[in-house]
Write a protein that binds this ligand. Structure first.
Ligand code: NAI
Ligand code: MG
Length: 344
């Protein structure tokens, strides 16, 4: 069996706890992964390094894939988000967050099956903020034709490969006519010229949010610029059981960083109650990515075994607190590990 090296970044807050639990599940499942542990975030600062050490960026460039825990970002002051820096440095331009109803996690809806594709490098996250006077500040929304075409192309190609039927763009081009206008023009162009067989629709984002919470089953793939993608990801997580169950990946042309949608959850960090499932699902996405890009069907089999095991655990009511259960992080990981053997 081949072995693949992958960078592992435990991150901050609940990061180290959920990373340890996920690592145990992958080991128990026989995932052919050799971890190269690197630091980032507050953990790196406390270690005397930069918040995003050059060695971490280089390791991801070298190994090509990483599984990353959440990193804390100070609010209203301090360093630029490590997550934003990492996506920009490595040109991880496409964030993908699959949001699905889980049989074991009861919510208002049981038919959610949508995929968020978020432009990950520009928009209001470009970090161009100015203090014009003491009382007047501004933030620049940057949209480029190249990045807008690139993400539209990525989304349509992804939708085609995954046999999805429809792409919906959420926008506010009625107000931000130039920036969101460009994003829309690029999406329309890729649709018309290259993928006319995929259904395409546009929703002004405020009305789109209402439709999402009333009837999420009507949506399939959502294509969003950076800020909208960030916000809508958490909104959609709320439709299927919360941030504990939504994984994600950040793709560049030849690198990928897998991480849950949630953050470092300082309110529960260190208490052993965090749900490791979103990170475990992100690890499953990583194994499937390794299977696709390194032609290793063994990775896909391990990914399927883990997925079957956590589905079974949830079905048998093994849940963490956020899903209404009483298991801690490690106990949930144990429940998944116990079910690995039964799930071929
Ligand atoms: P958060 O996602 O960390 O937490 C929001 C709420 O969801 C909290 O009540 C938390 O306890 C709960 N939650 C999140 N993940 C959970 C899990 N796995 N199991 C159970 N409950 C969970 O968002 P918040 O509080 O806004 O941000 C905290 C820090 O995380 C900030 O510094 C923020 O910048 C950072 N962050 C980092 C991200 C990343 O590294 N990719 C993404 C989002 C936020
Ligand atoms: Mg977010």
């Amino acid at each position: 069996m081949k072995t693949h090296s992958a960078v592992l970044i435990p991150g901050d807050g609940i990061g180290p706890e959920i990373t340890a639990a996920v690592r145990r599940v992958l080991d128990a499942a026989g995932a052919p992964v050799e971890w190269v542990e690197c630091k980032a975030g507050v953990a790196a600062l406390e270690h005397g390094s930069d918040v995003l050490p050059e060695s971490t960026v280089e390791a991801i460039e070298h190994h090509g894939v990483a599984l990353k825990g959440p990193c804390t970002t100070p609010v209203g002051e301090g360093f630029t988000s490590v997550n934003v820096q990492l996506r920009q440095r490595l040109n991880l331009y496409a964030a993908v967050r699959p949001v699905r109803s889980l049989a074991g996690a009861k919510t208002r809806f049981d038919d959610v099956d949508l995929i968020i594709v978020r432009e990950n490098t520009e928009g209001l996250y470009s970090g161009v903020e100015n203090r014009v006077t003491d009382d007047v500040v501004m933030s620049m929304k940057v949209a480029t034709k190249s990045a807008s075409l690139r993400i539209a192309h990525w989304a349509f190609r992804f939708a085609t490969r995954r046999q999805r039927r429809k792409i919906t763009v959420f926008h506010k081009a009625n107000i931000m006519k130039v920036t969101d206008g460009l994003f829309l023009q690029c999406a329309r162009r890729i649709h018309q010229h290259e993928y006319p067989n995929i259904e395409y629709e546009e929703n002004i984002i405020d009305a789109g949010c209402m439709k999402l919470v009333q009837d999420p089953g009507r949506f399939d793939v959502l294509l969003l610029e950076n800020l909208y993608g960030d916000v809508i990801s958490d909104l959609c997580a709320g439709l299927v059981g919360g941030l504990g169950v939504v994984p994600g990946a950040n793709f560049g042309d030849d690198r990928a960083v897998f991480e849950a949608v949630h953050g470092s959850a300082p309110d529960i960090a260190g208490t052993g109650v965090a749900n490791p499932l979103a990170m475990l699902m992100s690890a499953v996405m990583m194994l499937n990515h390794l299977a696709d890009t390194r032609e290793d069907e063994g990775c896909r089999q391990v990914a399927e075994r883990i997925k079957a095991a956590y589905d079974l655990a949830l079905d048998e009511d093994c849940k963490t607190r956020d899903l209404g259960g009483d298991l801690g992080t490690e106990a949930f990981a144990d429940a998944v590990i116990e079910r690995l053997a039964d799930s071929h």
